[in-house]
Unconditional design. Structure first.
Length: 492
Protein backbone atom coordinates (compact mmCIF):
# COMPACT_ATOMS: atom_id res chain seq x y z
CA UNK A 1 0.00 0.00 0.00
CA UNK A 2 1.13 3.60 -0.44
CA UNK A 3 1.58 6.01 -3.34
CA UNK A 4 2.87 9.58 -2.72
CA UNK A 5 4.67 9.85 0.62
CA UNK A 6 6.08 13.08 1.99
CA UNK A 7 6.17 15.14 5.17
CA UNK A 8 2.93 16.93 4.27
CA UNK A 9 0.81 13.92 3.32
CA UNK A 10 0.81 10.25 2.43
CA UNK A 11 -1.56 8.73 -0.12
CA UNK A 12 -2.74 5.25 0.78
CA UNK A 13 -4.15 2.58 -1.50
CA UNK A 14 -5.31 -0.37 0.58
CA UNK A 15 -5.98 -3.61 -1.29
CA UNK A 16 -7.80 -6.41 0.52
CA UNK A 17 -7.67 -9.91 -0.92
CA UNK A 18 -11.07 -11.62 -0.56
CA UNK A 19 -12.09 -15.23 -1.14
CA UNK A 20 -15.62 -16.65 -1.33
CA UNK A 21 -15.86 -20.42 -0.84
CA UNK A 22 -19.66 -20.58 -1.10
CA UNK A 23 -21.87 -21.39 -4.10
CA UNK A 24 -23.48 -17.94 -4.12
CA UNK A 25 -22.18 -14.45 -4.77
CA UNK A 26 -21.42 -12.54 -1.58
CA UNK A 27 -20.93 -8.91 -0.67
CA UNK A 28 -18.10 -8.05 1.70
CA UNK A 29 -18.40 -4.99 3.90
CA UNK A 30 -14.96 -3.97 5.13
CA UNK A 31 -13.61 -1.33 7.46
CA UNK A 32 -9.94 -0.38 7.14
CA UNK A 33 -8.54 1.52 10.11
CA UNK A 34 -5.10 3.13 10.23
CA UNK A 35 -3.72 3.22 13.78
CA UNK A 36 -0.71 5.18 14.99
CA UNK A 37 1.99 3.77 17.27
CA UNK A 38 -0.22 4.41 20.32
CA UNK A 39 -3.08 2.50 18.65
CA UNK A 40 -5.08 5.69 18.20
CA UNK A 41 -7.22 5.80 15.05
CA UNK A 42 -5.93 8.31 12.48
CA UNK A 43 -7.85 7.27 9.36
CA UNK A 44 -10.84 5.08 8.62
CA UNK A 45 -11.99 3.83 5.22
CA UNK A 46 -14.87 1.58 4.15
CA UNK A 47 -15.02 -0.89 1.30
CA UNK A 48 -17.95 -2.79 -0.21
CA UNK A 49 -16.95 -5.49 -2.65
CA UNK A 50 -18.94 -8.25 -4.37
CA UNK A 51 -17.11 -11.57 -4.55
CA UNK A 52 -18.43 -14.15 -7.05
CA UNK A 53 -19.28 -17.65 -5.91
CA UNK A 54 -16.27 -19.93 -5.42
CA UNK A 55 -14.00 -17.15 -6.51
CA UNK A 56 -11.91 -14.24 -5.29
CA UNK A 57 -11.80 -10.47 -5.69
CA UNK A 58 -9.89 -7.44 -4.48
CA UNK A 59 -11.45 -4.71 -2.43
CA UNK A 60 -9.68 -1.37 -2.76
CA UNK A 61 -9.87 1.83 -0.74
CA UNK A 62 -7.86 5.02 -1.07
CA UNK A 63 -7.25 7.86 1.33
CA UNK A 64 -4.77 10.51 2.41
CA UNK A 65 -3.06 10.81 5.77
CA UNK A 66 -2.01 14.42 6.54
CA UNK A 67 1.33 15.20 8.23
CA UNK A 68 2.45 11.57 8.49
CA UNK A 69 5.14 10.41 10.89
CA UNK A 70 7.62 8.83 8.49
CA UNK A 71 9.46 5.54 8.93
CA UNK A 72 13.00 6.87 8.82
CA UNK A 73 15.37 3.96 9.24
CA UNK A 74 17.27 3.40 12.47
CA UNK A 75 16.98 7.12 13.28
CA UNK A 76 13.20 6.89 13.70
CA UNK A 77 11.52 3.60 12.73
CA UNK A 78 7.98 4.83 13.32
CA UNK A 79 5.26 2.28 12.61
CA UNK A 80 1.58 2.67 12.00
CA UNK A 81 -0.63 -0.38 11.54
CA UNK A 82 -3.68 -1.11 9.41
CA UNK A 83 -6.51 -3.24 10.72
CA UNK A 84 -9.06 -4.54 8.23
CA UNK A 85 -12.32 -5.90 9.66
CA UNK A 86 -14.85 -7.96 7.71
CA UNK A 87 -18.17 -6.75 9.09
CA UNK A 88 -21.40 -8.77 9.03
CA UNK A 89 -24.17 -6.73 10.60
CA UNK A 90 -22.81 -5.59 13.92
CA UNK A 91 -20.30 -8.44 14.22
CA UNK A 92 -16.74 -8.74 12.94
CA UNK A 93 -16.34 -12.13 11.29
CA UNK A 94 -12.66 -11.77 10.34
CA UNK A 95 -9.86 -9.31 11.02
CA UNK A 96 -6.28 -8.84 9.82
CA UNK A 97 -3.67 -6.35 11.08
CA UNK A 98 -0.47 -5.52 9.19
CA UNK A 99 2.37 -3.04 9.79
CA UNK A 100 2.51 0.21 7.89
CA UNK A 101 5.65 2.31 7.54
CA UNK A 102 5.33 5.49 5.51
CA UNK A 103 8.53 6.21 3.60
CA UNK A 104 9.94 7.05 0.19
CA UNK A 105 13.30 5.98 -1.18
CA UNK A 106 15.50 6.40 -4.21
CA UNK A 107 18.58 4.83 -5.76
CA UNK A 108 21.08 6.73 -7.89
CA UNK A 109 24.22 5.42 -9.58
CA UNK A 110 26.22 8.47 -8.48
CA UNK A 111 24.63 9.69 -5.24
CA UNK A 112 23.68 6.31 -3.76
CA UNK A 113 20.59 5.50 -1.69
CA UNK A 114 18.16 8.03 -0.22
CA UNK A 115 15.39 7.58 2.35
CA UNK A 116 12.66 10.21 2.57
CA UNK A 117 14.72 12.51 0.37
CA UNK A 118 17.93 12.34 2.42
CA UNK A 119 21.05 10.35 1.61
CA UNK A 120 21.40 7.21 3.72
CA UNK A 121 24.52 5.09 3.56
CA UNK A 122 23.39 1.48 3.62
CA UNK A 123 26.07 -0.42 5.51
CA UNK A 124 25.53 -3.68 7.27
CA UNK A 125 25.87 -7.41 7.13
CA UNK A 126 24.70 -10.63 5.56
CA UNK A 127 22.94 -13.07 7.86
CA UNK A 128 22.16 -16.74 7.77
CA UNK A 129 19.61 -17.93 10.30
CA UNK A 130 21.36 -21.04 11.67
CA UNK A 131 22.71 -21.24 15.22
CA UNK A 132 25.33 -23.53 16.72
CA UNK A 133 23.81 -26.84 17.87
CA UNK A 134 20.36 -25.72 16.67
CA UNK A 135 20.62 -25.45 12.91
CA UNK A 136 17.50 -23.68 11.67
CA UNK A 137 15.41 -24.81 14.68
CA UNK A 138 15.74 -21.41 16.33
CA UNK A 139 13.36 -19.50 18.57
CA UNK A 140 12.26 -15.88 18.18
CA UNK A 141 14.45 -15.13 21.20
CA UNK A 142 17.50 -16.29 19.20
CA UNK A 143 16.60 -13.87 16.41
CA UNK A 144 16.09 -11.06 18.94
CA UNK A 145 19.53 -11.74 20.43
CA UNK A 146 21.09 -11.66 16.95
CA UNK A 147 19.51 -8.30 16.21
CA UNK A 148 20.71 -6.89 19.51
CA UNK A 149 24.22 -7.54 18.20
CA UNK A 150 23.32 -6.02 14.82
CA UNK A 151 22.01 -2.92 16.59
CA UNK A 152 25.18 -2.73 18.69
CA UNK A 153 27.25 -2.83 15.50
CA UNK A 154 25.37 0.17 14.09
CA UNK A 155 24.19 -1.42 10.84
CA UNK A 156 21.66 0.47 8.75
CA UNK A 157 20.92 -2.43 6.39
CA UNK A 158 20.87 -6.21 6.23
CA UNK A 159 20.97 -8.71 3.41
CA UNK A 160 18.99 -11.82 4.35
CA UNK A 161 20.79 -14.56 2.47
CA UNK A 162 19.83 -16.54 0.46
CA UNK A 163 16.21 -17.47 1.09
CA UNK A 164 13.08 -16.24 2.79
CA UNK A 165 13.63 -15.90 6.52
CA UNK A 166 11.16 -16.40 9.34
CA UNK A 167 8.36 -13.82 9.57
CA UNK A 168 9.64 -12.67 12.96
CA UNK A 169 12.86 -11.49 11.32
CA UNK A 170 11.00 -8.99 9.13
CA UNK A 171 8.94 -7.86 12.12
CA UNK A 172 12.17 -7.04 13.95
CA UNK A 173 13.71 -5.15 11.03
CA UNK A 174 10.54 -3.06 10.76
CA UNK A 175 10.78 -2.10 14.42
CA UNK A 176 14.53 -1.40 14.39
CA UNK A 177 14.49 0.56 11.14
CA UNK A 178 16.98 -1.66 9.33
CA UNK A 179 16.65 -1.57 5.54
CA UNK A 180 16.30 -5.10 4.12
CA UNK A 181 17.54 -6.82 0.98
CA UNK A 182 15.26 -9.89 0.83
CA UNK A 183 16.36 -12.72 -1.44
CA UNK A 184 14.82 -15.69 -3.20
CA UNK A 185 16.83 -18.96 -3.21
CA UNK A 186 18.09 -19.04 -6.80
CA UNK A 187 21.70 -19.73 -5.89
CA UNK A 188 24.87 -20.99 -7.64
CA UNK A 189 23.32 -22.68 -10.68
CA UNK A 190 20.00 -23.37 -12.34
CA UNK A 191 18.42 -26.29 -14.13
CA UNK A 192 17.36 -25.26 -17.60
CA UNK A 193 13.88 -26.78 -17.36
CA UNK A 194 10.35 -25.34 -17.30
CA UNK A 195 9.79 -26.93 -13.89
CA UNK A 196 12.79 -25.18 -12.35
CA UNK A 197 11.75 -21.82 -13.81
CA UNK A 198 8.18 -22.25 -12.57
CA UNK A 199 9.37 -23.13 -9.07
CA UNK A 200 11.74 -20.17 -8.96
CA UNK A 201 8.93 -17.84 -10.02
CA UNK A 202 6.54 -19.31 -7.46
CA UNK A 203 9.03 -18.88 -4.60
CA UNK A 204 9.71 -15.27 -5.60
CA UNK A 205 5.99 -14.47 -5.79
CA UNK A 206 5.43 -16.05 -2.38
CA UNK A 207 8.34 -14.07 -0.91
CA UNK A 208 6.82 -10.82 -2.18
CA UNK A 209 3.19 -11.49 -1.33
CA UNK A 210 3.88 -12.85 2.14
CA UNK A 211 6.11 -9.91 3.08
CA UNK A 212 4.64 -7.06 1.05
CA UNK A 213 3.56 -4.96 4.03
CA UNK A 214 6.96 -4.79 5.76
CA UNK A 215 8.32 -1.25 5.34
CA UNK A 216 11.88 -2.36 6.09
CA UNK A 217 12.03 -4.34 2.84
CA UNK A 218 13.27 -2.18 -0.04
CA UNK A 219 14.97 -4.73 -2.30
CA UNK A 220 13.63 -7.97 -3.77
CA UNK A 221 16.66 -9.97 -4.92
CA UNK A 222 16.08 -12.54 -7.66
CA UNK A 223 19.24 -14.58 -7.09
CA UNK A 224 22.81 -14.92 -5.92
CA UNK A 225 26.00 -15.96 -7.71
CA UNK A 226 24.23 -18.13 -10.27
CA UNK A 227 27.38 -18.19 -12.41
CA UNK A 228 29.63 -19.26 -9.56
CA UNK A 229 29.16 -22.91 -10.53
CA UNK A 230 29.28 -24.27 -14.08
CA UNK A 231 25.78 -24.73 -15.43
CA UNK A 232 23.18 -23.43 -17.87
CA UNK A 233 23.16 -19.73 -18.69
CA UNK A 234 20.81 -18.07 -16.15
CA UNK A 235 20.39 -14.80 -18.05
CA UNK A 236 16.88 -15.47 -19.34
CA UNK A 237 15.59 -16.71 -15.99
CA UNK A 238 17.14 -13.87 -13.96
CA UNK A 239 15.72 -11.35 -16.44
CA UNK A 240 12.29 -12.95 -16.17
CA UNK A 241 12.40 -12.91 -12.36
CA UNK A 242 13.30 -9.21 -12.40
CA UNK A 243 10.22 -8.66 -14.56
CA UNK A 244 8.17 -10.62 -12.02
CA UNK A 245 9.30 -8.20 -9.29
CA UNK A 246 8.25 -5.23 -11.43
CA UNK A 247 4.83 -6.77 -12.03
CA UNK A 248 4.22 -7.96 -8.45
CA UNK A 249 5.56 -4.92 -6.63
CA UNK A 250 6.53 -1.87 -8.70
CA UNK A 251 6.98 0.13 -5.47
CA UNK A 252 10.23 -1.67 -4.64
CA UNK A 253 13.59 -2.36 -6.29
CA UNK A 254 14.53 -5.53 -8.18
CA UNK A 255 18.05 -6.66 -7.30
CA UNK A 256 20.61 -9.36 -8.07
CA UNK A 257 23.94 -10.35 -6.44
CA UNK A 258 26.59 -11.42 -8.96
CA UNK A 259 29.90 -13.23 -8.87
CA UNK A 260 31.72 -14.80 -11.79
CA UNK A 261 31.23 -14.57 -15.51
CA UNK A 262 32.84 -11.13 -15.72
CA UNK A 263 31.61 -7.72 -14.62
CA UNK A 264 30.19 -7.09 -18.09
CA UNK A 265 27.96 -10.17 -18.20
CA UNK A 266 24.35 -9.13 -18.96
CA UNK A 267 22.99 -11.31 -16.14
CA UNK A 268 24.56 -8.88 -13.65
CA UNK A 269 22.45 -5.93 -14.78
CA UNK A 270 18.82 -7.01 -14.62
CA UNK A 271 16.60 -4.96 -12.35
CA UNK A 272 17.83 -1.73 -10.80
CA UNK A 273 20.14 -2.68 -7.90
CA UNK A 274 23.30 -4.47 -9.02
CA UNK A 275 25.13 -6.28 -6.24
CA UNK A 276 28.60 -7.78 -6.58
CA UNK A 277 30.29 -10.28 -4.27
CA UNK A 278 34.00 -9.43 -4.22
CA UNK A 279 36.82 -11.09 -2.28
CA UNK A 280 40.07 -9.55 -3.50
CA UNK A 281 42.64 -10.39 -0.86
CA UNK A 282 40.94 -13.63 0.15
CA UNK A 283 40.24 -16.02 -2.73
CA UNK A 284 42.88 -14.31 -4.87
CA UNK A 285 44.39 -10.92 -5.54
CA UNK A 286 45.29 -8.40 -2.87
CA UNK A 287 43.17 -6.20 -0.63
CA UNK A 288 44.21 -3.07 -2.53
CA UNK A 289 42.82 -4.60 -5.74
CA UNK A 290 39.28 -4.00 -4.50
CA UNK A 291 39.50 -0.22 -4.89
CA UNK A 292 40.78 -0.70 -8.43
CA UNK A 293 37.85 -3.00 -9.18
CA UNK A 294 35.34 -0.54 -7.71
CA UNK A 295 36.61 2.39 -9.75
CA UNK A 296 36.79 0.24 -12.87
CA UNK A 297 33.22 -1.02 -12.74
CA UNK A 298 31.90 2.46 -11.98
CA UNK A 299 33.79 3.86 -14.94
CA UNK A 300 32.62 1.05 -17.24
CA UNK A 301 28.99 1.22 -16.04
CA UNK A 302 28.41 4.79 -14.79
CA UNK A 303 24.61 4.47 -14.88
CA UNK A 304 24.52 1.21 -12.90
CA UNK A 305 23.67 1.46 -9.20
CA UNK A 306 26.37 -0.80 -7.72
CA UNK A 307 26.48 -2.36 -4.27
CA UNK A 308 29.01 -4.63 -2.58
CA UNK A 309 26.72 -7.44 -1.49
CA UNK A 310 29.48 -9.65 -0.07
CA UNK A 311 33.06 -9.20 1.11
CA UNK A 312 34.95 -10.80 3.94
CA UNK A 313 37.81 -12.91 5.25
CA UNK A 314 37.88 -15.91 7.54
CA UNK A 315 39.17 -15.74 11.10
CA UNK A 316 39.56 -18.21 13.92
CA UNK A 317 39.93 -16.57 17.32
CA UNK A 318 42.70 -19.04 18.24
CA UNK A 319 44.87 -18.21 15.20
CA UNK A 320 47.06 -15.11 15.20
CA UNK A 321 49.89 -13.31 13.45
CA UNK A 322 52.06 -10.35 14.37
CA UNK A 323 52.33 -9.21 10.74
CA UNK A 324 49.04 -9.61 8.84
CA UNK A 325 50.18 -7.43 5.94
CA UNK A 326 52.79 -10.07 5.09
CA UNK A 327 49.97 -12.49 4.28
CA UNK A 328 48.44 -10.17 1.67
CA UNK A 329 50.29 -11.77 -1.22
CA UNK A 330 47.45 -12.57 -3.61
CA UNK A 331 46.98 -16.22 -2.82
CA UNK A 332 44.00 -18.31 -1.80
CA UNK A 333 43.66 -17.72 1.92
CA UNK A 334 41.38 -20.68 2.47
CA UNK A 335 44.56 -22.79 2.51
CA UNK A 336 46.32 -20.55 5.04
CA UNK A 337 45.88 -19.79 8.72
CA UNK A 338 42.70 -17.84 9.35
CA UNK A 339 44.16 -15.30 11.74
CA UNK A 340 42.07 -12.75 13.53
CA UNK A 341 44.62 -10.07 12.65
CA UNK A 342 44.43 -10.73 8.90
CA UNK A 343 40.63 -10.49 8.98
CA UNK A 344 40.94 -7.09 10.67
CA UNK A 345 43.62 -5.99 8.19
CA UNK A 346 41.38 -7.03 5.30
CA UNK A 347 38.38 -5.11 6.63
CA UNK A 348 40.47 -2.03 7.39
CA UNK A 349 41.50 -1.95 3.73
CA UNK A 350 38.01 -2.53 2.39
CA UNK A 351 36.28 -0.02 4.64
CA UNK A 352 38.85 2.64 3.78
CA UNK A 353 38.00 2.13 0.10
CA UNK A 354 34.24 1.92 0.67
CA UNK A 355 33.97 5.00 2.88
CA UNK A 356 35.48 7.08 0.09
CA UNK A 357 33.11 5.85 -2.65
CA UNK A 358 29.53 7.04 -2.21
CA UNK A 359 28.53 5.49 -5.53
CA UNK A 360 28.74 2.10 -3.83
CA UNK A 361 25.35 2.57 -2.26
CA UNK A 362 25.31 -0.64 -0.16
CA UNK A 363 28.04 -2.44 1.78
CA UNK A 364 27.14 -5.87 3.15
CA UNK A 365 29.82 -7.80 5.07
CA UNK A 366 29.93 -11.55 4.61
CA UNK A 367 29.04 -12.54 7.31
CA UNK A 368 27.92 -11.32 10.72
CA UNK A 369 28.14 -14.77 12.30
CA UNK A 370 30.22 -17.84 11.51
CA UNK A 371 27.87 -20.43 10.02
CA UNK A 372 27.72 -24.09 9.11
CA UNK A 373 29.11 -25.06 5.69
CA UNK A 374 29.58 -28.79 5.38
CA UNK A 375 31.79 -28.63 2.27
CA UNK A 376 34.47 -26.49 3.93
CA UNK A 377 37.55 -27.67 5.74
CA UNK A 378 39.64 -24.58 6.42
CA UNK A 379 40.76 -22.58 9.38
CA UNK A 380 40.54 -24.55 12.61
CA UNK A 381 37.20 -26.32 12.30
CA UNK A 382 35.80 -28.42 9.43
CA UNK A 383 32.26 -27.70 8.31
CA UNK A 384 32.39 -24.01 9.25
CA UNK A 385 32.55 -20.78 7.29
CA UNK A 386 34.48 -18.56 9.70
CA UNK A 387 34.12 -15.22 7.89
CA UNK A 388 31.79 -14.03 10.64
CA UNK A 389 32.53 -10.94 12.69
CA UNK A 390 31.11 -12.98 15.59
CA UNK A 391 31.69 -16.65 16.44
CA UNK A 392 29.08 -19.29 15.63
CA UNK A 393 28.04 -19.53 19.30
CA UNK A 394 27.55 -15.72 19.41
CA UNK A 395 29.91 -15.52 22.41
CA UNK A 396 32.91 -13.71 20.93
CA UNK A 397 33.06 -10.56 18.84
CA UNK A 398 36.20 -10.70 16.71
CA UNK A 399 38.49 -7.69 16.31
CA UNK A 400 36.95 -6.68 12.97
CA UNK A 401 33.55 -6.33 14.64
CA UNK A 402 34.89 -3.39 16.63
CA UNK A 403 36.38 -1.73 13.54
CA UNK A 404 32.86 -1.43 12.16
CA UNK A 405 31.36 -0.49 15.49
CA UNK A 406 33.87 2.37 15.63
CA UNK A 407 32.74 3.57 12.20
CA UNK A 408 29.00 2.89 12.47
CA UNK A 409 27.92 3.23 16.09
CA UNK A 410 27.57 6.28 18.33
CA UNK A 411 27.86 4.18 21.51
CA UNK A 412 31.13 5.27 23.20
CA UNK A 413 33.70 2.52 23.46
CA UNK A 414 37.41 1.73 23.19
CA UNK A 415 38.80 -1.67 22.20
CA UNK A 416 42.35 -3.05 22.15
CA UNK A 417 42.87 -5.47 19.23
CA UNK A 418 44.75 -8.80 19.27
CA UNK A 419 43.59 -9.36 22.84
CA UNK A 420 43.57 -13.15 22.36
CA UNK A 421 47.16 -13.12 21.07
CA UNK A 422 48.29 -13.48 24.69
CA UNK A 423 51.77 -14.87 24.05
CA UNK A 424 53.10 -11.82 22.24
CA UNK A 425 56.07 -12.56 19.97
CA UNK A 426 59.19 -10.43 20.28
CA UNK A 427 58.69 -9.25 16.69
CA UNK A 428 55.56 -7.34 17.69
CA UNK A 429 56.13 -3.65 18.35
CA UNK A 430 52.69 -2.04 18.14
CA UNK A 431 49.44 -1.53 20.01
CA UNK A 432 46.29 -1.07 17.92
CA UNK A 433 43.01 0.33 19.26
CA UNK A 434 39.58 0.84 17.67
CA UNK A 435 37.32 3.56 19.06
CA UNK A 436 34.72 6.10 17.96
CA UNK A 437 36.23 8.69 20.31
CA UNK A 438 38.27 11.58 18.95
CA UNK A 439 41.26 10.87 21.20
CA UNK A 440 42.53 7.70 22.87
CA UNK A 441 45.21 7.37 25.54
CA UNK A 442 47.15 4.16 26.18
CA UNK A 443 49.21 3.18 29.21
CA UNK A 444 51.79 0.40 29.23
CA UNK A 445 52.45 -0.97 32.69
CA UNK A 446 51.08 2.25 34.19
CA UNK A 447 53.03 4.68 32.00
CA UNK A 448 51.24 6.70 29.34
CA UNK A 449 52.44 6.21 25.79
CA UNK A 450 50.74 9.46 24.80
CA UNK A 451 47.31 10.29 23.46
CA UNK A 452 46.53 9.71 19.79
CA UNK A 453 43.94 11.02 17.33
CA UNK A 454 42.75 9.17 14.24
CA UNK A 455 40.39 10.17 11.46
CA UNK A 456 39.72 6.52 10.56
CA UNK A 457 39.03 5.31 14.14
CA UNK A 458 42.23 3.20 14.08
CA UNK A 459 44.66 4.35 16.79
CA UNK A 460 48.22 3.06 16.60
CA UNK A 461 51.18 3.12 18.96
CA UNK A 462 54.25 1.80 17.20
CA UNK A 463 57.82 0.98 18.31
CA UNK A 464 56.54 -0.19 21.69
CA UNK A 465 59.21 -1.39 24.11
CA UNK A 466 57.83 -4.35 26.02
CA UNK A 467 59.02 -5.44 29.42
CA UNK A 468 59.95 -9.10 29.89
CA UNK A 469 57.02 -11.19 31.10
CA UNK A 470 53.53 -9.79 31.65
CA UNK A 471 52.61 -6.39 30.21
CA UNK A 472 49.43 -4.56 31.15
CA UNK A 473 47.99 -2.34 28.41
CA UNK A 474 45.19 0.06 29.35
CA UNK A 475 43.27 2.22 26.87
CA UNK A 476 40.90 5.04 27.76
CA UNK A 477 38.81 7.48 25.76
CA UNK A 478 36.47 10.31 26.70
CA UNK A 479 33.27 10.93 24.73
CA UNK A 480 31.63 13.95 26.30
CA UNK A 481 31.21 13.10 29.95
CA UNK A 482 31.55 9.36 29.30
CA UNK A 483 34.91 7.68 29.93
CA UNK A 484 35.38 4.23 28.38
CA UNK A 485 38.26 1.92 29.14
CA UNK A 486 39.71 -1.40 28.05
CA UNK A 487 42.70 -3.45 29.16
CA UNK A 488 44.72 -6.45 28.00
CA UNK A 489 47.64 -8.32 29.52
CA UNK A 490 50.20 -9.69 27.08
CA UNK A 491 53.19 -11.88 27.91
CA UNK A 492 56.29 -10.96 25.94
Amino acid sequence: MGQYVGPASADLAITVKLANATDADATADLKATVLDATQAEVLSLTIRQTVPANSSADGVATGTLPNPHLWNGIADPYLYSVRVDLVQGTAISDSVTVPLGLRSFGLDAQAGFSLNGDHLDLHGINKHQDHKDKGWAIADSDTDADFAIIKELGATAIRLAHYQHAQHTYDVTDKLGIVVWAETPVVNRINDTPEFAANAEQQLIELIRQNYNHPSIVFWSVGNEVLLRAGPNPDALIGHLADVVAAEDPTRIAAYAANGGGDNNPVNYHGTAHGFNEYQGWYGGRVADFATWADGIHQAHPTAAVALTEYGAGADIAQHTANPAAADLGGDHTTLAHTEEYQAYYHEGYWSALAARQFIWGKFIWNLFDFASDTRSEGALPGLNDKGLVTFDRQTRKDAFFLYKANWSAEPFVYITSRRFTALPRTSQSIRVYSNAATVDVKLNGTSLGARTASDHIFLWDHVIWAPGANLVEASAASGTTLTTDSVTWTN
